[in-house]
Design a protein around this ligand. Structure first.
Ligand code: GLC
Ligand code: CA
Length: 557
């Protein structure tokens, strides 16, 4: 395969709502993002993924789209959007938009028609979505078709009076799932995608891409994920999108799907396939969940399993080696801030942020950096439930209380795990609201913006920001993306040690992921390794070392 631009990319994800507000209405927008392109260029990234920017009632911050062809008024006009694309291109930065193909908003005109038998186009659009008749118990009470649970908590079914049916929504009830078995519907989505390509978009991040097919026999199940996620036929749909739209236009795509085996992984992003170029697979995202009955699933925070993080990065590297291209990242808008999650956002703020920078960005593949990660932004410090904005927070909070959690426990779970942790405004400087906006932002800035902000870090060589900048530069100089990686002692649950063999050099990265000293013994040949970069003082490598908390030493030979 010919070398593609995205193999050498460092992608930066902008959560547009919280990046930069240009008109002081408290909401980030395209003009704000455009005004920060020079900043991003200087940081050293060369592609930007923008979270959904389409017209939307914002039930799920834009993943609920009511018009695919309009820019949300919150974010500006179509002209502003085009200006953003053009200005990015002038700086040799590629633009990747979020493409939501699994569902629309319930306020999309397709759904307005689909739910209303009196509408002249009802027949056509009704079949764009997924409907089932009610069931009835012995007493004649109406029941949902199945007990399947939505990804946001709560049922997947919502009743529609006018047709006496339920529609399926695997996310919020304002996000009805589209019927991918309907040819007309698919055709419209393809045309829509082409329309954005023609405006100059270089790539797409394809949302919820493993959910497109459902089991239409609707078997009973609770939560029943196996009936609406990763069903074999979704690969046919993705291949079809690839063959008809993505490949002929040579646009880059990254899909989103968890839990893939090697066979699946190669279908998604093997060089020989027609689906995507890369995959967002969340492999390393929740390496600290435990069993917990009151705040279950991802909400239950336990001890960090460093070996799970290594295992995932290693597995994906091995699965795709030579046959596909790997994507690496710490977190996105769906996860807590990595520094609070896997690092230490208190006494080792700066040190552990650098550890996370070295360990991720010195690995092969294409990295995605999430906005604010490069200045060490942390989880939210909210004390009230009403400070949170995410639709998922509210359904899940109710659930926790039902399961017996105290308010305190439930709130702590939110502060640790909610997606809102990654969604609060970017901390540009120490002025009001962190320089994000002059008016009250749509969600509160973290109070630590007075100390953790970009302005503070710009001219400090030892800052998190300057470390990111330095490592991004190294990535290009050493062609780190192409390396061949090997972990040392995968089973060890405290250290994170790997070698990355590059064209004419090799890196050895030694990190302590713990908040305490760690003794390590290296059973490898250490000949020739020269101290290169570190978050403490650089020092010689030796067979036995005692690493300080979060200490990371990088060697080169
Ligand atoms: C993806 C997005 C997430 C969104 C969901 C529904 O998982 O990353 O933010 O809520 O899809 O569109
Ligand atoms: Ca604004």
């Amino acid at each position: 395969m010919k070398r593609q631009w995205w193999q050498d990319a460092i992608i930066y994800q902008i959560y547009i709502r919280s990046f930069k507000d240009s008109n002081n209405d408290g909401i980030g927008d395209f003009k704000g993002a455009t005004s920060k392109l020079d900043y991003l260029k200087e940081l050293g990234i060369n592609a930007i993924w923008v979270s959904p920017h389409y017209e939307s009632p914002m039930d799920d911050n834009g993943y609920d789209i009511s018009n695919f062809f309009e820019v949300s008024k919150d974010y500006g006009t179509l002209e502003d959007c085009i200006e953003f694309i053009n200005e990015a291109h002038k700086r040799d930065i590629k633009v990747i938009f979020d493409l939501v193909l699994n569902h629309t908003s319930d306020e999309h005109e397709w759904f307005e028609k689909a739910k209303d038998p009196d509408h002249p186009e009802f027949d056509k659009y009704h079949d764009y979505y997924i409907w089932q008749p009610p069931k009835y118990d012995e007493l004649g009470n109406r029941q949902m078709p199945t007990q399947w649970r939505s990804w946001f908590g709560g049922p997947v079914w919502e009743y529609n009076e006018k047709t006496d049916e339920y529609y399926l929504h695997i996310f919020s009830k304002k996000m009805p799932d589209l019927n991918w078995r309907n040819e007309e519907m698919k055709k419209e989505l393809k045309e829509m995608t082409q329309w954005w390509i023609d405006l100059g978009v270089d790539g797409f991040r394809v949302d919820a891409s493993n959910h497109l097919e459902k089991d239409w026999t609707f078997p009973e199940g609770h939560p029943g994920y196996e009936y609406f996620s990763s069903l074999p036929k979704h690969h046919d749909y993705l291949t079809e999108m690839g063959v008809d739209v993505f490949k002929p236009n040579n646009v880059m795509t990254m899909g989103e799907a968890g839990g893939a085996t090697k066979e699946e992984a190669l279908k998604y992003c093997g060089f020989e396939n027609d689906e995507f170029d890369m995959l967002i697979h969340f492999g390393a995202c929740w390496a600290d969940t435990v069993e917990n009955k009151v705040t279950p699933g991802k909400w239950a925070k336990g001890e960090l399993r460093v070996k799970d993080i290594k295992e995932s990065f290693n597995r994906w590297h091995q699965m795709l080696k030579g046959e596909g291209w790997n994507l690496i990242y710490w977190h996105n808008h769906d996860h807590p801030r990595v520094l609070s999650h896997y690092g230490n956002d208190k006494e080792y703020h700066n040190i552990s942020a650098k550890m996370l920078c070295y360990t991720l960005y010195l690995m092969p593949g294409t990295p995605i950096c999430y906005q604010g990660e490069e200045i060490g932004m942390t989880n939210v410090d909210y004390e009230n439930l009403t400070d949170f904005r995410d639709v998922e927070v509210y359904t899940e909070y109710e659930n926790f209380i039902k399961l017996g959690a105290t308010e305190e426990v439930a709130m702590q779970a939110l502060r640790d795990r909610a997606r809102d942790n990654a969604r609060n405004p970017f901390q540009w400087d120490d002025s009001l609201h962190g320089g994000f906006s002059n008016s009250t932002p749509w969600m509160n800035t973290n109070k630590n913006y007075k100390t953790i902000n970009l302005q503070n870090q710009l001219n400090d060589d030892t800052s998190v920001y300057n470390t990111y900048k330095q490592i991004f530069k190294l990535r290009k100089e050493l062609n780190i993306a192409d390396g061949s990686m090997e972990f040392i002692d995968l089973e060890d649950n405290d250290s994170y040690i790997f070698r990355n063999k590059l064209q004419d050099t090799e890196l050895l990265v030694i990190a302590n992921f713990r908040n305490r000293e760690l003794n390590i013994e290296l059973e490898i040949d250490l000949e020739g390794y020269i101290p290169y970069v570190s978050n403490y003082d650089k020092r010689e490598v030796s067979k036995k070392m005692t690493l300080k908390p979060y200490e990371t030493q990088v060697y080169k030979k």
